[in-house]
Write a protein that binds this ligand. Structure first.
Ligand code: NAP
Length: 255
């Protein structure tokens, strides 16, 4: 059963855009948002079937849900997405910039192409969609933008120089956005997940995964739902006085 306050769902009547929600953390966020009454526009890059299945799953909560095939790294696609969402849903109250990729390698072996692609998908995407939603949010004089960073953006990680650079950049971008838009009641916060068990981490071998779990104070990897719960907080009016913050959701890895 969902967490409700005086029988009101936390995201009732809000419209949210969630990027990269065909699987993993983004899908977990979409499901939790729908449970809390939000109408959902979500994006994906290639997982057409999973997106269709998610649309039906979300609709079962009695909300409006639509998946958009939209490359987050492309500026014009973000403009088009925002215009489509306004036309179909009428407003954009919450944006979760979640789409992200890894192309890990030691710096010695990292190609320029892999560096550029990770920066484009993970960081430039946030510039793209934030630019696209500023105008409608300014008009409404409200909005909550939530950007998905990572604990490795806070502390670095060997083999992930490109990824951790993109995730650190997200933090600087988000703090600046919070400062620029706060006077218009637009909030911007960051979630820095620790080790969350999804397809992204399924690429790692078993012993690496177990070593990660053992090193976490709470002794387990996180779930998409763990991240979704924190995202609901930032999306809802429960966090009305919280902006420019980074919340590490990492089982106590970072203290
Ligand atoms: P995932 O399972 O690999 O899912 C990635 C999602 O992003 C998919 O829906 C994918 O769509 C979408 N995507 C990828 N490139 C895209 C693009 N160019 N345009 C639009 N959508 C795109 O990843 P995850 O583990 O859920 O991670 C989600 C976010 O959390 C990422 O930003 C990641 O960096 C961050 N994070 C994850 C962890 C972790 O431990 N898992 C830890 C810290 C931070 P398709 O299915 O169509 O490809």
């Amino acid at each position: 059963m969902g967490f409700t306050f005086l029988n009101m769902k936390l995201l009732d009547r809000k419209t949210a855009i969630i990027t990269g929600a065909s699987r993993g953390i983004g899908k977990g966020i979409a499901l939790k948002f729908a449970e809390q009454g939000a109408n959902i526009a979500f994006t994906y890059l290639s997982s057409e079937e999973k997106a269709k299945a998610l649309e039906s799953e979300l609709s079962a909560f009695g909300v409006t849900a639509k998946g958009f095939k939209s490359d987050a790294s492309d500026f014009d696609s973000a403009q088009q997405l925002a215009a489509d969402v306004i036309e179909i849903f009428g407003s954009i109250d919450v944006v979760v910039n979640n789409a992200g990729i890894t192309k890990d390698n030691l710096l010695m072996r990292m190609s320029e192409e892999d560096y550029d692609r990770v920066m484009q998908v993970n960081m430039k995407s946030i510039f793209n969609l934030t630019k696209a939603v500023i105008r409608p949010m300014l008009k409404q004089r409200s909005g909550s933008i939530i950007n998905m960073s990572s604990v490795v953006g806070v502390k670095g990680n060997a083999g992930q120089a490109n990824y951790s650079a993109s995730k650190a950049a997200i933090i600087g971008f988000s703090k600046s956005t919070a400062l620029e838009l706060g006077s218009r009641n637009i909030r911007c916060n960051v979630i820095a997940p620790g080790f969350i068990e999804t397809e992204m981490t399924a690429a790692l071998d078993d012993s690496t995964v177990q070593a990660w779990r053992d090193s976490i104070p709470l002794k387990r990897g996180g779930s998409p739902e763990d991240i979704a719960n924190a995202t609901v907080f930032f999306a809802s009016d429960m966090s009305a006085y919280v902006s420019g913050q980074v919340l590490n959701v990492c089982g106590g890895m970072l203290t």
